[in-house]
Design a protein. Structure first.
Lengths: 282, 309
């Protein structure tokens, strides 16, 4: 019904529609220019790039750029990012949803205050934590380790995760939970047999948002990873760009390798981005 | 029927209610423990300790820290020129972030809210930069601004505006603005998404009614749509402001604070002072100042998020 109303509203005479599309396509093209430039550059050979600049079709497609970038270090960065994201996201989801469940359904006196306490983490500039974390990680021997970085990511992920999961748990009807209690179901069983399955879309959303954020994180990686072979992608790419400043085609290929997993996730799970952000402001 | 059910359930209810009361004394804490523990150690304790360290003169290495009270703050405010450059840049960045991504996001959301053929593709295109890391966004735009090979100068030359071409990221007077444009490209997606969600909650009948009353599209926007997006706008402005003050990676990737420290932000200058110049006291003092600025925008936001519904 909504659809037909909307259609009626925006389907004026033909020429107007054509103009609307033309303007929109033009805007979208301009908006996407940086991405198009990136792809075109990644496919060129160095001479072509130097002669014709970034924004022209490649004379011949040079796939070797990707292989060379991969072998020059991107391989390491890529797998480091996979490892850190692969551990951070699932562990984070478990502890965040446990906490969010307690805050939404296990009515206890301190729930509101704890939630506020956790929300503070959303607004803290990273700089506020760097020096003490450096001391702490040094003392624990976790500087320059992927384990240490993953632990930090899990800690910094708690506020957003709790916020999103709480938003969704609040939509689980209290009646269902009370009914389960009456049937003698333990709180833990209610959590993983009832609340979590009902919040599955939220879990998927959070996995995606969190995965993207972890994949993209820069400053903590910059401070706490020192050796080149441990670098994650964003950090490695910036490093790569200073080392291979003139080899734009390889650098573009490296950036593209870093971006492709994000693009795939974005294409396949797009609606979950919306759902996840919706959960965050509910 | 209802009363019969209640009657049979009554004894069990009271019993289990009592049981759950007992379990609820410690069980919630068990659920909260892992999250609270790691969050407190990784985020909260360092925050508190940073504030404490900002009262000392310390190089980060030597065993003795000299207590100097608020001296670090005094030094920043009176003797540290780059601090003022950074503060000014943060202010410019903040204003730009509150105006550009929010208004572009709102405009796109209104444009793309109606379902027409291809609207989803356009939404994806305009949202896409938001999923890229700021380091990557910085790298891509660095090429666009490249003095010889960059697209921007090439387009300007081709359009006969060669006089306007310049070395965008090396000109100390303007270098901050190209970075802000690049950051805006990345920052538009989130407001767009939030506004799209907000627009979904406005009943179509309201627009129809306003139309019947003879209100044109502009008046409908001003008197129907925008007032109903008040809550969304509050969230959007708060989140954009908080994110703007967090900006760091993109500066690092594009200008590294240069030329001549002209594009430092408080966040990057904190890093320089702490990790390049070993001025831990000054660095943590900047972090505290940055956090206080964030609080101005964050307190209304947090109150909104924790409101009773």
């Amino acid at each position: 019904m909504n659809q037909t109303i909307a259609k009626k509203e925006i389907l004026p005479p033909q020429s107007k529609v054509a103009l609307f599309y033309l303007a929109l396509v033009l805007a979208a093209l301009i908006w996407f220019t940086p991405v198009i430039t990136l792809v075109l550059t990644a496919l060129k050979d160095a001479g072509d790039f130097a002669r014709n600049g970034a924004f022209s079709l490649p004379k011949s497609i040079r796939w070797a750029n990707f292989g060379e970038a991969w072998e020059t270090g991107v391989k390491n960065y890529f797998w480091n990012s996979v490892i850190v994201t692969g551990f951070k996201v699932p562990i984070g989801i478990v502890i965040e949803s446990l906490a969010a469940f307690a805050l939404t359904h296990m009515h206890f006196k301190w729930a509101d205050r704890i939630f506020t306490y956790i929300l503070i983490g959303l607004i803290v500039p990273m700089q506020m934590t760097l020096v003490p974390l450096t001391l702490l990680m040094n003392a624990l021997g976790l500087i320059d380790t992927l384990v240490g970085l993953t632990i930090l990511y899990i800690g910094f992920g708690v506020p957003f995760g709790v916020l999103v999961m709480r938003g969704f748990f609040r939509t689980v009807p209290v009646a269902i939970i009370e009914a389960a209690r009456l049937d003698g179901c333990s709180w833990f069983r209610i959590f993983y047999r009832i609340a979590l399955p009902l919040a599955l879309p939220a879990v998927v959303s959070l996995c995606i948002l969190d995965g993207v954020a972890t994949w993209n994180e820069f400053i903590l990686a910059q401070i706490f990873l020192r050796s080149d072979e441990l670098r994650t992608l964003p950090l490695g790419l910036v490093q790569f760009s200073t080392q291979f400043a003139t080899q734009y085609n390889q650098l573009a290929a490296a950036v593209l390798i870093a971006v492709v997993p994000i693009v795939l996730v974005f294409l396949f799970f797009q609606r979950y981005f919306v759902a996840g952000m919706g959960g965050a402001v509910k | 029927m209802a009363s019969e059910k209640t009657a049979t359930l009554a004894p069990r209810t009271s019993k289990s209610a009592k049981a759950s009361d007992d379990s609820l004394r410690f069980l919630p804490w068990l659920f909260l423990a892992p999250g609270l523990a790691i969050y407190s150690v990784v985020v909260v304790y360092p925050m508190v300790y940073s504030s404490y360290l900002s009262l000392f003169r310390w190089d980060g290495v030597s065993p003795t820290k000299v207590f100097v009270g608020l001296e670090n703050y005094g030094i920043l405010l009176t003797q540290n020129d780059v601090f003022w450059i950074a503060l000014r840049n943060n202010a410019i960045w903040l204003v730009a972030a509150l105006v550009l991504p929010t208004s572009i996001g709102l405009g796109l959301a209104i444009l793309l809210n109606s379902k027409f053929r291809g609207s989803h593709i356009f939404r994806s295109i305009f949202y896409f930069p938001a999923v890229l890391s700021l380091a990557v966004v910085g790298l891509i735009w660095t090429w666009i601004y490249h003095p010889d090979l960059g697209l921007l100068n090439q387009v300007l030359s081709a359009a006969g505006l060669k006089a306007l071409t310049r070395n965008w990221l090396s000109d100390p007077n303007i270098a901050l603005y190209p970075v802000i444009i690049a950051a805006t490209w990345n920052a538009v997606g989130l407001p767009m998404l939030l506004y799209l969600a907000g627009l979904q909650t406005i009943p179509e009948e309201l627009h129809e009614a306003a139309k019947v009353e003879g209100a044109g599209p502009v008046r409908r926007f001003l008197y129907v749509t925008f007032p109903l997006l008040r809550e969304t706008t509050l969230v959007v402005l708060a989140i954009t402001a908080i994110n703007a003050l967090k900006a760091y990676d993109i500066i690092y990737a594009m200008t590294n604070g240069g030329p001549a420290n002209k594009t430092q932000l408080l966040s990057t200058w904190m890093y320089f002072l702490t990790y390049n110049y070993n001025q831990v006291g000054l660095g943590t003092a900047i972090a505290v100042i940055l956090f206080s600025l964030t609080l101005v925008f964050a307190i209304p936001y947090i109150r909104f998020m924790t409101r009773k519904t």
